[in-house]
Each structure stands twice: as structure tokens, then as C-alpha cells.
Write a protein that binds this ligand. Structure first.
Ligand code: MN
Length: 434
């Protein structure tokens, strides 16, 4: 990329935009007034309609191949093309949308190419998700939750060797804005010996980073850690809604099941590795005394440059706060640098046994809490299992989520000398069980 990341766009709202300046260009799938879903790129307050732009003859060569792979309402085929197609499309988009672009007139003449993001555009999941895996690599979260159950021994012995994960449910993943129906299930009330059945009473969120898989691997093959970054199509925000009372009763010995599978919410825009390049960091050094990763998970380049510096925020807006017109209340502000393993290590570990990954598979990072009280990524941690309620500006308190509560996840990458980028929002409002 020869252009500076401070290059401006002729789309005025892109310049200084919180989430979508010229150098983000996240991909997504949208529809307008009930039309068939199609692919687009977020830029400022607009969606650049890729289908309309293709029809207008704005792409050729590899960029055209890339856009053609986005047709049909899912990005799976585009994800499978890998990095070179992504880069070709990104370079062409920057050329088209930069200040001084000779094609501005042509794009503006095509009234349908640039659509207002806020108006009537409905955002969908960007890909058909074949498989979803949720990891547990937020070490502060793992320690906090471990402490609630095992005060003397919060981390199990495998934690620092194995990127812990479980197979999640793909069928109930939804884009931002879809309501969150309170699940029902079995719980073991405190002091009881027999379970009861009913609506979850300890509903929680989990602040996570989502990782979209690009090119997959053949069954039986594995992806070396030095190549794993090439298999990641992009990133999003992920809320792993969790029914803590159901989870506590069901999780042994095989892990979470119905306490997680009722819904998972994603931010709909796929932020590419290229957009995140300025925000790459060295993987934070492991604390003194921790083991080195086994050789198959260790790559010098990945250790030097494989972590991401993304600020992650979670906010709560209750029904009463909405009625009083209060702003959403920040519950936590954390960072993706709290991952004990890099995204590349997750890809490699997942495939090391020959498990096939496919374009459009989704990983969750695990809850990304930080070490401080203001950096926690779930109510389970903030209230220490419901012991210490959170006080809200409305005068309300919360141990866990109530009906009408909305959880909003946001993310932001900031670095001196570079345009800041964001992820767009990941929202969900809890509605009563039925
Ligand atoms: Mn989780």
C-alpha cells in the first residue's frame, strides 16, 4: 500500500468517522427495503454497494474476481479466495473512494452505488457459518471464573499449554439488533438437591472478538502456525450470551451446552487483517514461570506481530434508562491484548489433529477481560457470581440481565499517525422467556 493511512475520502462522512474511515473498508451483507441480500462495504455513513459498482464497470482484473465472489448474499466464496483477492479489492476501493479519485463523478452518477447506512438498510450475517468454535483464551476471565469455583487453583493445569475451546452452535448466531429471548432450562437452585425447570435467572453477556476463517484446509491436513494468518478473513465483535444458572448445572463433565446455544450475536461488518495491520503488536510476554507454547504453536513472526491492539467496550442500556433518556452505561473497557494465545495459534491448534476448517467458519476468542475491575467482560466477573450488584445511573442495580436490558459492544483501534478505525456495534436486547 503506497497511500498513507491518513488519505481522505471524497465521502465527507468517512473523514474522522469513528468506525468506518477510508482505511477500514469492512465488508458486509445488507438488503434494502426487503430486496435480496447483497454485499457492500461500510464507508463513513454509507454503504458502497459492490453489486451496483460491479454492474457500473468499476472493477477489473483480480478486484473484479473478488467482487464477483461476493455475489449471492454471503461472503463465503470471497473469504475462500484468500489474501491476494482481498488486497486487490481493497486497493481498488481506496483508489475509487480517495479524495481526488477520477471516478468520483461516475460513482455519483450511479445513484444506487452509495447508500445511506442508517436508512432502511438491513444488515445480515456476512457468511453462512458452517461451524462455530468458542475458545477461552482471555486468561484474566479464565482466572476470575476459575476463582469463583476453585479459589486456590483458578487455572487448570492444561490452560497454559492448550488453547481451550469447545464446539458451539452455528444455527443460532444472529447479527446485531436481533432480540435475545431469555432461555429456559434446568437449574439447581441454591440449597436444593433436585433441579427445577424455568426461565434463566442469571442471564449474562460475554465480550469477545470473533474471527472469520478464510481459506480452509483439507481434512487430515493441518495449518502451520507460520501460515495461519493467511487463513483468517477478518474479525468482528461477538457476544456469547450465557445462562449462568443453566451453565453451572450442566457444564460438567463436557462443558457448556444449552447455556450458550440459544443465541450468539455478531457485529455484521468484517474488519480485514489489512485494515488491522497498523494495530498489530507483539504477543505480550508470558508471566515469569509460564511454559513456552509447544513448538507447533510457536512462530517467531507470530510472536513478534500476531497480537491485536483493539479496545473493546461493553455498555448497558436498561428500559428505565431509555425512558429517562440516559446514555448507555459502560460496564467494561478491555483490550484484545488480553488474549493468552494469538488468533494464528487458534487456527493452528484447531486444525492440528486434521480437523477441517472451511471458509465462513467462525471462532470466538473467549471473554476478553483485563486485570482491573473496570476491564471485566461479563457480569459473572463484575458481580462475582451475583454477590455484588452493579449500580446504574438510573438508580437501578443489576446482578444479571433483566428483560428490556440492551447490551452494546463496541471496538476501536487507535494509533498515533494512523486513522482510527472501529467495528460498528454489536447490540442485543433481552426479551422475556416464552
Ligand atoms: Mn464464551
Amino acid at each position: 500500500m503506497t497511500q498513507s493511512t491518513l488519505t481522505r475520502s471524497w465521502i465527507a462522512s468517512a473523514n474522522g468517522h469513528t468506525d468506518f474511515p477510508l482505511h477500514n473498508l469492512p465488508m458486509g451483507v445488507f438488503s434494502l427495503d426487503g430486496s435480496l441480500p447483497r454485499s457492500g462495504v461500510a464507508i463513513g455513513d454509507h454503504i458502497f454497494d459492490l453489486e451496483a459498482a460491479l454492474a457500473a464497470g468499476l472493477f477489473e482484473g483480480q478486484a473484479k474476481v473478488a467482487v464477483e465472489a461476493t455475489l449471492g448474499g454471503t461472503l463465503n466464496t470471497y473469504f475462500a479466495l484468500g489474501r491476494s483477492a482481498r488486497v486487490a479489492l481493497r486497493e481498488r476501493l481506496i483508489e475509487l473512494l480517495s479524495e481526488g479519485s477520477t471516478l468520483r463523478g461516475k460513482i455519483e452518477a450511479q445513484g444506487a452505488t452509495l447508500l445511506p447506512l442508517a436508512a432502511d438498510c438491513q444488515l445480515h450475517l456476512p457468511a453462512k457459518i458452517g461451524d462455530y468454535t468458542d475458545f477461552y483464551v482471555g486468561i484474566e476471565h479464565a482466572k476470575n471464573v476459575g476463582k469463583l469455583f476453585r479459589p486456590d487453583n483458578p487455572l487448570l493445569p492444561n490452560y497454559k499449554y492448550v488453547p481451550i475451546g469447545y464446539h458451539g452452535r452455528a444455527s443460532t448466531i444472529r447479527p446485531s439488533g436481533v432480540e435475545v429471548r431469555r432461555p429456559k432450562g434446568q437449574t439447581l437452585p441454591a440449597g436444593q438437591t433436585e433441579p427445577s425447570f424455568g426461565p434463566c435467572a442469571r442471564l449474562d453477556y460475554e465480550l469477545e472478538l470473533g474471527i472469520w476463517i478464510g481459506q480452509g484446509n483439507e481434512m487430515g491436513d493441518s495449518i502451520p502456525v507460520s501460515e495461519a494468518g493467511e487463513h483468517i478473513a477478518g474479525f468482528c465483535l461477538l457476544n456469547d450470551w450465557s445462562a449462568r444458572d443453566i451453565q453451572a448445572w450442566e457444564y460438567q463433565p463436557l462443558g457448556p451446552f444449552l447455556s450458550k446455544s440459544f443465541i450468539t450475536t455478531l457485529s455484521p461488518w468484517v474488519v480485514s487483517a489489512e485494515a488491522l495491520a497498523p494495530f498489530r503488536r507483539a504477543q505480550p510476554p508470558r508471566p515469569e514461570g509460564d511454559p513456552q507454547p509447544l513448538a507447533y504453536l510457536l512462530d517467531p513472526e507470530d510472536q513478534a506481530n500476531g497480537a491485536l491492539d483493539i479496545e473493546l467496550e461493553v455498555l448497558l442500556l436498561t428500559q428505565a434508562m431509555r425512558e429517562q433518556q440516559l446514555p448507555a452505561h459502560r460496564l467494561g473497557l478491555s483490550n484484545s491484548l488480553n488474549m493468552y494465545w494469538t488468533a494464528a495459534q487458534l487456527v493452528t491448534h484447531h486444525s492440528v489433529n486434521g480437523c477441517q476448517l472451511q471458509a465462513g467458519d467462525l471462532f470466538g476468542s473467549g471473554t476478553l477481560s483485563g486485570p482491573q475491575r473496570s476491564q471485566l467482560g461479563s457480569l459473572l466477573e463484575i458481580t462475582e457470581g451475583g454477590k455484588h450488584p452493579v449500580e446504574l445511573p438510573s438508580g437501578e442495580v443489576r446482578k444479571f440481565l433483566e428483560d428490556g436490558d440492551e447490551i452494546i459492544l463496541r471496538a476501536r483501534c487507535v494509533r498515533e499517525g494512523y486513522a482510527s478505525i472501529g467495528f460498528g456495534e454489536c447490540r442485543g436486547t433481552v426479551v422475556a422467556a416464552r
